[in-house]
Write a protein that binds this ligand. Structure first.
Ligand code: NAD
Length: 496
């Protein structure tokens, strides 16, 4: 019944039936019967009514995950056997890419072609990467000590809770849960209320892959109820939160009360430093593409463009014309380069930032504002904006989370590094120069989890991606160390 039949399981069929959560292998409504709405941001219309889980449902999901941890073979399986199931899951994700990309496009608003080319295959690859890494991990390691036979063993922690944001629901779900599953943990996922749908399809694919019931549970609901109940639940062993610093602090506080370790992947205010030896045109095109990717709703994207004064005018002119030429449109339209923002709330936030920035004296090279998309008048579209000026402007300081870049000019390397490091965030920055010695020196001086050279938004599997300061703590994702986060290391000693 839960199995996905590729022919029958078209998006229309999924949306025409009551949307259910996934607890212990059963598809269930919220115990209260309550639902909430998720909208298509491209049309502003209802996409689906989704169960609004409350504390009792969170209890049930955590209980199902605990039961699966204690009673199924999942935790004690040979890593190679778990890896086979995770590879099967990755293959199913690939097989259902059209459906998943369509859901992601309709729920988030993002261009379907981008979800097809990037979000979904990248998530599938994350499962393969961690499946293989877990097979190649030494599960027992000796301690070289005198008088004892001693070793450490890597065990899964137990039940891991995950709370995700709305900007890359499926891709981030993969980054989060793949290492935890590969290590043998069981999972409770709470997707964002704006974008809950792809996680529910994921749960069905998990089951179709042959992974025991209850290993993955998905509860949908609002942050202040479902999210708060999950992060304060005493039955979880680890928590992972991806989202804003404000909510991250609440989650960390709730976890701390139960001494549950929390990984926090939070917001950013990424910068790109552009020296005067860059290829101006291609750098401007690359950064215009970066800041408009996913309508600018990307935690690590470069929103502060710190440009050497000698090339600033040429760079700004090229970036502004590139951004102006981009097509804002419905996510399902193949020619759309920038989809709508995820919600009306998000659109008001972005427009408000642009307005305040102008009031504070920013120069508007491209003013932004509401975008009119013919046939989709109720959607949440905005035009990209390119602003610039003083470093204390609100758009130079705060995370806007929209297609808005802010230019600041610099004279020398020291000034550029100081500007980047003045942010309380620390997620990702990039350095653009043809001098590789300078690129390395500057990249290593920037205080953040990630520095990229002559590119922005790079996520290769096997390279850790995380933040420091206001951008988070707890080790990040995508790297080999993330798998370690999901093992509990235990020492065993036998006197000789
Ligand atoms: P958000 O913090 O508002 O919400 C994130 C999640 O937390 C949602 O599922 C929400 O329901 C839940 N939540 C809300 N209140 C809660 C509470 N009291 N207790 C527990 N959970 C609660 O963030 P958002 O608006 O969904 O996402 C945007 C933010 O996420 C931006 O700051 C962005 O930079 C950040 N982000 C970071 C990364 C990363 O990898 N570092 C990736 C994507 C997004």
């Amino acid at each position: 019944m839960n199995k996905i039949d590729s022919k029958a399981f078209a998006i229309g069929e999924f949306l025409s039936q009551p949307i259910k959560m996934h607890i212990g292998g059963e598809q269930v409504a919220a115990s209260s019967g309550k639902t909430f709405e998720t909208l298509d941001p491209g049309t502003g219309k209802l996409l689906a009514r989704v169960p609004a889980a409350e504390a009792a449902d969170v209890d049930a999901a955590v209980g199902a995950a605990r039961q699966a941890f204690n009673k199924t073979a999942w935790r004690s399986m040979q890593p190679k056997d778990r890896a086979v199931l995770l590879h099967r899951l990755a293959d199913l994700i690939d097989k259902h890419t059209p459906l998943l990309a369509e859901i992601e496009s309709r729920d988030v608003g993002k261009p379907r072609v981008q979800a097809t080319a990037f979000d979904i295959p990248h998530a599938a690859q994350t499962f393969r990467y961690y499946a293989d890494l877990s097979v190649n991990t030494r599960h027992r390691e000796p301690f070289p000590v005198a008088g004892n036979d001693a070793w450490s063993v890597r065990q899964p922690h137990g039940v891991c809770g995950f709370i995700f944001p709305w900007n890359f629901p499926f891709l981030l779900l993969g980054w989060g849960v793949a290492p935890a599953m590969a290590a043998g943990n069981t999972i409770v996922i709470k997707p964002a209320e704006d974008t809950p749908l792809s996680a529910l399809i994921f749960a069905r694919l998990v089951e179709e892959a042959g992974i025991p019931k209850g290993v993955v549970n998905v509860i949908t609901g609002l942050g202040s109820t479902t999210g708060a109940a999950l992060s304060s639940h005493r039955g979880i062993n680890r928590m992972s939160f991806t989202g804003s610093p404000e909510i991250g602090k609440l989650v960390a506080e709730a976890c701390a009360r139960n001494l549950v370790p929390a990984k926090l992947e939070l917001g950013g205010k990424g910068a790109a430093i552009l020296f005067d030896d860059i290829a101006v045109e291609s750098a401007a095109e690359a950064l215009a593409a970066a800041v408009t990717l996913n309508a600018g709703q990307v935690c690590c994207t470069a929103t502060r463009w710190i440009v050497h004064e000698k090339v600033a005018d040429a760079f700004i002119a090229k970036a502004a014309s590139t951004m102006k030429g981009m097509k804002v449109g419905y996510g399902g339209d193949e020619s759309s380069q920038i989809g709508p923002l995820v919600s009306d709330k998000q659109r008001r936030r972005v427009l408000g930032y642009v307005e305040r920035s102008a009031k504070e004296g920013a120069e508007a090279y491209l003013p932004g504002g509401v975008a009119d998309v013919s046939g989709y008048e109720e959607g949440f579209y905005v035009k990209p904006a390119l602003l610039g000026g003083a470093s204390d402007n609100i758009c130079a300081r705060e995370e806007v989370f929209g297609p808005v870049a802010y230019v600041m000019k610099f004279k020398d390397e020291e000034e550029a590094v100081t500007l980047v490091n003045s942010s309380p965030y620390g997620l990702a920055n990039s350095v653009w120069t043809s001098d590789l010695d300078r690129a390395t020196r500057v990249a290593e001086r920037l205080v953040a989890g990630n520095s990229w050279i002559n590119a922005h938004n790079l996520f290769p599997h096997g390279v850790s991606y995380g933040g420091c300061n206001l951008s988070g703590c707890g080790g990040g994702v995508l790297g080999p160390d993330t798998l370690e986060d999901y093992y509990r290391k235990q020492s065993i000693v036998r006197p000789l």
